[in-house]
Design a protein around this ligand. Structure first.
Ligand code: GLC
Ligand code: CA
Length: 538
């Protein structure tokens, strides 16, 4: 495989609203990100995935865009955006933008025009259908609850929205829409960005009349066309958000020969704690043997025909240390263990802001504390279906997206140093204990583990290119694997449990490269402490 810069990168996701406020309005901003570039440089990352900063009425926190070529006033100005790109570059950091083109905001100029009349030139930018027997055209459901069709009174037709009513779906069948998108992408490429993260890109080929949403028949034609029209001949990185991707589908997107994307986010491992065939809110415990099976399959299946992304967290997911670790007694140990488990795998790792501090979920006790549209809509839907209040709150505490969106915890001052004003979402009350200032000063912190892991990847080809092999002779909750490159072989051992476990180290180890407990060189039969993890050269 031809080596690219992004094969060796570690990406850090910034959710601008919650990162750093500089003017006291309680909302993170571009100046705030610029002011923290030195922190990110010190951590060692080389790429930022920036969640949307475009003009938006914020029905879905910026994922509802009303102008792709303007900056949200709350975040700053285009001049500041250009400054962010330039300042980041000086720190050796590229900026990846979030490309949200499955839908726009209903306040986008195109939609405002489109809904005026059936013969408006913009009408066909969106997806309109007549009522069927006085009701919705078909049974398609919105990801944010309720029907995916909304009646527009002016013309008596329904428009499609796979997300909120304020996020009408673009009509990708319309060639003019596709050209508009490519032009907009080139506008940003010309500004010197490093690439795109593509929001729910697997639904742009939808066939609404057949109720097909993901993986529609023309999806890959569109991506190849996009590649040719925009980033194809540039050295950019692209990553598609594709919820239902299998390893075979992943190859369609990321086989370099097919000229589509660099890699995708697959979510198979993220569904291991939900009841099969049900929604993310329908909880079940994660079983470690399944995690081993799923991640190992992804590690070994793509070969030369694709590239993995590696992640536990993003702005839509609960904090990993709370989700599958122990955010109380073993917070530091389990956060480090999950970091080691992921960062020694093959692929491009992504860190979501605060993950490197071992930030935790934020418990709520009442629906009035929730800001996220997805949780709020689900709450109302499930209440009307008869679910109990406490059951719904349990789901929101486990899976709600606000968990990831509480402000970044910088220091022990008021509001964690995020803002001098009133934060748009309350800061997690544990900030006096868990914050960046404390973590940077403590060599044993989660932060320093992430820093070391990033450095290991930069200095050792084996971490980037080594082959992966799962160790099968282990207790069920021990996740151990080899990486091998030429003569070099590393063994990674992770006890994904707060119970002790035993393991026989199969080969003579030469050196402990990294560990989350103070240990001697392990040989033969070893006892693993709760959430213990280590990396050996063998
Ligand atoms: C993606 C984003 C999510 C957003 C949705 C609609 O899943 O990650 O935050 O709500 O798309 O744009
Ligand atoms: Ca601000």
């Amino acid at each position: 495989m031809e080596k690219k810069w992004w094969h060796q990168s570690v990406v850090y996701q910034v959710y601008p609203r919650s990162f750093q406020d500089t003017n006291g309005d309680g909302i993170g901003d571009l100046k705030g990100i610029i002011s923290r570039l030195d922190y990110l440089e010190y951590l060692g990352i080389d790429t930022i995935w920036l969640s949307p900063v475009y003009q938006s009425p914020n029905d879905d926190n910026g994922y509802d865009i009303s102008d792709y070529e303007a900056i949200m006033a709350e975040f700053g100005t285009m001049v500041e955006m250009e400054k962010l790109i330039a300042e980041a570059k000086k720190c050796g950091i590229k900026i990846i933008l979030d490309l949200v083109v499955n839908h726009t905001s209903d306040e986008h100029r195109w939609f405002i025009e489109a809904r005026k009349s059936k013969d408006n030139p913009y009408r066909d930018y969106y997806i309109w259908r007549d009522p069927v027997k006085g009701d919705v055209p078909n049974q398609l459901r919105s990801i944010f609850s309720g029907p995916a069709w909304e009646l527009d009174e002016t013309t008596g037709q329904y428009y499609l929205h796979l997300y909120s009513k304020k996020q009408p779906d673009l009509n990708w069948e319309n060639e003019i829409v596709r050209q508009e998108v490519y032009q907009m992408m080139n506008f940003w490429i010309d500004k010197g960005i490093g690439g795109f993260r593509m929001d729910v890109i697997d639904t742009i080929g939808k066939v609404p009349d057949k109720e097909i949403t993901n993986n529609g028949p023309k999806l890959h034609d569109y991506l190849q066309e996009m590649n040719r029209a925009t980033f194809g001949d540039k050295d950019l990185m692209t990553v598609g958000e594709t919820w239902g991707a299998t390893t075979e589908i992943a190859k369609l997107y990321s086989d370099p020969k097919r000229k589509e994307l660099s890699m995708i986010f697959q979510f198979e491992h993220m569904s291991l704690d939900q009841e099969e065939g049900k929604a993310k809110w329908d909880l079940k415990p994660m079983a470690v043997p399944e995690l081993k099976q799923v991640l190992s399959k992804w590690q070994t299946s793509l070969g030369e025909e694709g590239w993995n992304s590696l992640f536990w967290n993003n702005h839509d997911l609960p904090r990993i240390v709370s989700r599958w670790g122990n955010d109380q007694e073993y917070r530091v140990e389990s956060a480090k263990m999950f970091a080691i488990l992921l960062h020694l795998m093959k692929g491009t790792p992504y860190i979501y802001q605060g993950e490197e501090l071992g930030m935790t979920n934020h418990l709520i006790h009442d629906i009035s504390e929730v800001a996220d549209i997805e949780s709020i809509n689900m709450y109302h839907e499930r209440r009307s279906l008869g679910y109990s209040e406490s059951e719904i709150l349990r789901s929101i505490n486990a899976k709600g997206r606000d968990n990831a969106r509480t402000p970044m915890q910088w220091d022990e001052t008021a509001h964690a140093g995020f803002t001098t004003g009133n934060p748009w979402l309350p800061v997690n009350p544990n900030y006096p204990r868990i914050n960046a200032k404390q973590a940077m000063a403590d060599k044993e912190s989660v932060f320093h583990m992430y820093k070391q892991l990033i450095e290991l990847r930069k200095k050792n080809e084996i971490v980037v290119w080594g082959d992966y092999e799962l160790l099968t002779e282990t207790p069920p909750d021990v996740f151990a694997y080899y990486r091998t490159l030429g003569q070099e072989r590393w063994l990674i051992v992770c006890n994904v449990s707060e119970e002790e476990n035993q393991l026989t180290v199969p080969r003579e180890a030469k050196e402990v490269i990294l560990s989350n407990y103070q240990i001697e060189l392990p040989t033969g039969e070893v006892k693993l402490c709760p959430y213990e993890a280590f990396v050996l050269r063998t």
